[in-house]
Design a protein around this ligand. Structure first.
Ligand SMILES: C[S@@+](CC[C@H](N)C(=O)[O-])C[C@H]1O[C@@H](n2cnc3c(N)ncnc32)[C@H](O)[C@@H]1O
Length: 250
């Protein structure tokens, strides 16, 4: 996969692209990661990429010319059009499903905004997706782009040493993941659940599924509506829910 990020601050990406799992994926040749300074595509002598908004108001607006020129340059030698993704708090909220969808693409181009935002024609005529990482506003699109790139790259085949760990991650199964424990078996008097020390694979799997269901019920019941559950599991969850809703005895 090839990932290009259009940004005014390419230096922000050095550490993130070179470290940990992303750095290893790049070293293995699984992903090519480039941070492109779109100021280089400014078509004026002061290299200006922003301008005052028509109609007045505070803040500067990113001009269309440099961003169109940069994306068109990146597409010049490719037959297949990339997904061009605008970082935008007004966009579709990014999810694990979207990460899975993007992980199937060959080429992604991210556009990181700054200041007040973008000229609307970029949104209307250049991008294929607008993505937000949540209902809050950051100063720029760099941190959202890093977040999304990290979650996409870790899904590419060969990136995680243990592929099954991504399969059981929260949201991949439609549920939150079960709790984890490691050595020691007793820490400050707190014990690891006995079943995890039993070596009994089927019992461990059953316990993990139950914990996953309970955790989702307590923390993110909204996820249960679309989760792939058996009738038996749905009935069990209803019982658990009614137990927690019972009035306390006095
Ligand atoms: C200060 S914000 C502009 C916000 C814009 N005026 C608005 O109200 O929608 C500057 C840039 O940061 C990025 N950004 C900020 N918050 C974001 C979020 N939650 N998700 C994705 N990108 C975000 C976008 O690239 C945005 O263009």
């Amino acid at each position: 996969m090839k990932i290009d990020v259009l940004t005014l601050f390419p230096e922000m990406f050095g550490g993130v692209f070179g470290a940990s799992i992303l750095g290893k994926a790049r070293d293995k040749g699984i992903v090519e990661l480039n941070a492109v300074d779109f100021r280089l595509y400014a078509n004026n002598k002061h290299n200006t990429v922003d301008d005052y908004p028509y109609g007045g108001g505070g803040g500067m607006v990113l001009k269309p010319e440099p961003i169109f020129a940069a994306v068109e340059d990146l597409m010049a030698n490719t037959d297949k059009k990339p997904r061009v993704i605008l970082m935008c708090p007004q966009g579709e909220t990014f999810t694990q499903r979207k990460a899975e969808e993007l992980a199937k693409e060959e080429h992604l181009v991210f556009i990181c905004g700054h200041y007040e935002g973008y000229d609307e024609r970029i949104r209307e005529h250049l991008v294929t997706d607008e993505l937000s990482i949540g209902d809050f506003v950051l100063t720029g699109g760099e941190l959202p782009a890093m977040t999304i790139i990290d979650s996409v790259v870790r899904l590419l085949p060969g990136v995680l040493g243990n592929e099954s760990s991504a399969i059981t991650d929260s949201f991949s199964t439609g549920l939150l993941e079960y709790p984890h424990y490691t050595r020691p078996p007793v820490f400050r008097g707190w014990e690891v659940p006995e079943v995890l020390l039993s070596g009994h694979h089927a019992r461990i799997e059953a316990w993990r599924r139950e914990q996953s269901l309970l955790r989702t019920l307590r923390r993110r019941p909204d996820l249960l509506e679309s989760a792939d559950l058996t009738t038996q599991e749905r009935t069990w969850l209803k019982e658990k829910l009614s137990e927690t809703e019972k009035p306390q005895e006095t």
